[in-house]
Design a protein around this ligand. Structure first.
Ligand code: GDP
Length: 291
């Protein structure tokens, strides 16, 4: 990405890093920029205190050192968890969970394409069986991505049976990766968690579940995280996918959500196009965030 990302702190911090010296304004401006970028109050306070202590320790007055220290601390914190996807099983089963509207279907399409570009064979299971439109949308994405799809035979078919059929097909065909779409109706939280539990139990009769990816929308930030709490508590989430970073000024959400949940970020979505999904690399992300 040549142009500056919307979630970069660059513009907000230009005044700080471009100033002649470090003074009290440095800390106020840094704090404001981090809060605005959705790092959350606690993390912001920790980061500012840490950099301030370092500035005092090394007796520097150069704002460029603040920039470097910020980049380093963000990279170090982002690297504390392992962002590598575990896809070594054959087939590797990936459940994708999250609240409706966060970009789950789009993410599955992009993820299928991402895997196809690495020459991995993919089958998608449409286990959100109550949303006919979502099934059609998923089928369109699968086709564009060059992946196979298993659709429900009728609307409202037991999601677990669609998941089972998908994994079964993968085993018969020798397909490497299975991606299962799941429902995200928040109104029926208890029922939804039971449904996910059943999908998992049924799938595990055929193959272990390699990843449970929770999709979160960066533009909703901390609110979105609160909405997804039930998934974090009950769905055995192994990785986070942050979508819609392209339209967001909330780059700090990526770190705050990882620290709050203790679950690594594994993928980030930055657009509606099929190629707009990438793996998560702390070094690259910190570099783009801070400049
Ligand atoms: P679902 O209900 O969770 O399956 O959500 P969808 O996949 O249908 O996505 C909801 C809306 O978000 C659609 O208009 C998508 O095009 C859009 N969307 C998904 N991911 C991204 C992203 O990374 N960036 C942007 N800008 N839009 C996205």
């Amino acid at each position: 990405m040549a142009e500056r990302a919307s979630w970069s702190l660059g513009a907000a911090l230009r005044g700080v890093f471009g100033a002649k010296t470090i003074d009290d304004d440095t800390w106020d401006d840094l704090e404001t920029a981090l809060i605005t970028a959705d790092f959350g109050p606690d993390l912001t306070e920790q980061i500012v205190a840490e950099i301030r202590a370092n500035v005092e320790k090394y007796r520097t007055t150069d704002p460029k050192d603040v920039q470097r220290m910020l980049r380093e601390t963000l990279e170090e914190r982002l690297s504390r968890l392992d962002s590598t996807l575990t896809l070594s099983e054959r087939p590797a089963v990936v459940l994708v969970v999250g609240v409706n509207g966060v970009g789950k279907t789009t993410t599955i399409g992009k993820f299928a394409r991402f895997l196809r570009t690495y020459d991995r064979s993919v089958v998608v299971g449409a286990a959100d069986t109550f949303r006919a439109a979502a099934v059609d949308q998923l089928a369109t994405w699968a086709e564009r991505a060059g992946a196979e799809i298993v659709r429900p035979e009728r609307e409202g078919q037991d999601p677990a049976s669609v998941a089972f059929q998908t994994v079964d097909k993968a085993k018969r065909d020798g397909t490497e990766i299975v991606i299962i779409d799941t429902a995200g109706r928040l109104q029926t939280k208890g029922g939804l968690m039971d449904e996910l539990g059943k999908i998992r139990r049924v799938v595990e009769k055929l193959a272990p579940v390699s990843e449970v990816l929770l999709v979160l929308d960066a533009t909703t930030g901390q609110n979105g995280l609160a909405q997804a709490e039930a998934f974090i508590q009950h769905a055995g989430v192994t990785g986070l996918v942050i979508t819609k970073l392209d339209g967001s000024a909330k780059g700090g959400f990526v770190l705050s959500v990882q620290e709050k949940t203790g679950i690594p970020i594994k993928l980030i979505g930055q657009g509606e196009g099929i190629g707009d999904l990438t793996g998560f690399t702390p070094h690259v992300f910190a570099q783009k965030l801070v400049g």
